[in-house]
Design a protein around this ligand. Structure first.
Ligand code: OFO
Length: 169
């Protein structure tokens, strides 16, 4: 059984994961409009992953006798200055989420809540992957700068991303 404070913090993270999902649908819309379908696919899958993260938290809260309270989501941006701008916004957002997960873990450690520590370990590892994958795309975009062939190549690569529910990993 998690403490009330822990349940409130976990609930806030549910909100943040759903917000992340919504932000990435906004990016999908931006990339679809400018004709980069591979990037659009990448953010479509990213959005599904965030929803999966939210449900992972949702199910955990229920399993420790808590109840999820949903809040209103903020309107996401659907326009960016460039693909690089969108990816940099994404990386910064993921850094914010990493900080949020680390704070949750700090609370679980402080409260000696071993079940939540074990549960949150998956998210700690996931955030390393999240930041790494965004950083790799940013590096490629900077490398190819204004070369449209480079952008096309990255777009083709990102078209291959498929969604796998985390429970199936
Ligand atoms: Fe849920 O990892 Fe991104 O936000």
């Amino acid at each position: 059984m998690a403490s009330t404070k822990m349940l409130e913090a976990l609930n806030k993270q549910v909100q943040r994961e759903f917000q992340s999902s919504y932000i990435y649908i906004g990016m999908e819309s931006y990339f679809s409009e400018i004709g980069l379908d591979g990037f659009a696919n990448f953010f479509h899958v990213q959005s599904l992953e965030e929803r999966d993260h939210a449900y992972r938290l949702f199910n955990y809260i229920n399993s420790v006798s808590g109840k999820v309270e949903l809040e209103t989501l903020e309107k996401p941006k659907c326009d960016y200055k460039s693909p690089l701008d969108a990816l940099e916004v994404t990386l910064n957002h993921e850094k914010f989420i990493t900080k949020s997960i680390n704070e949750l873990m700090d609370l679980a450690v402080l409260e000696k809540d071993h079940a939540s520590i074990s549960f949150l370990n998956w998210f700690v590892d996931e955030q390393v992957e999240e930041e790494e994958s965004m950083d790799k795309i940013i590096k490629k975009l900077k490398l190819f700068k204004d070369d449209p062939r480079g952008l096309y190549m990255i777009d083709t690569e990102l078209a291959n991303r498929v969604f796998t529910p985390s429970t199936a990993e």
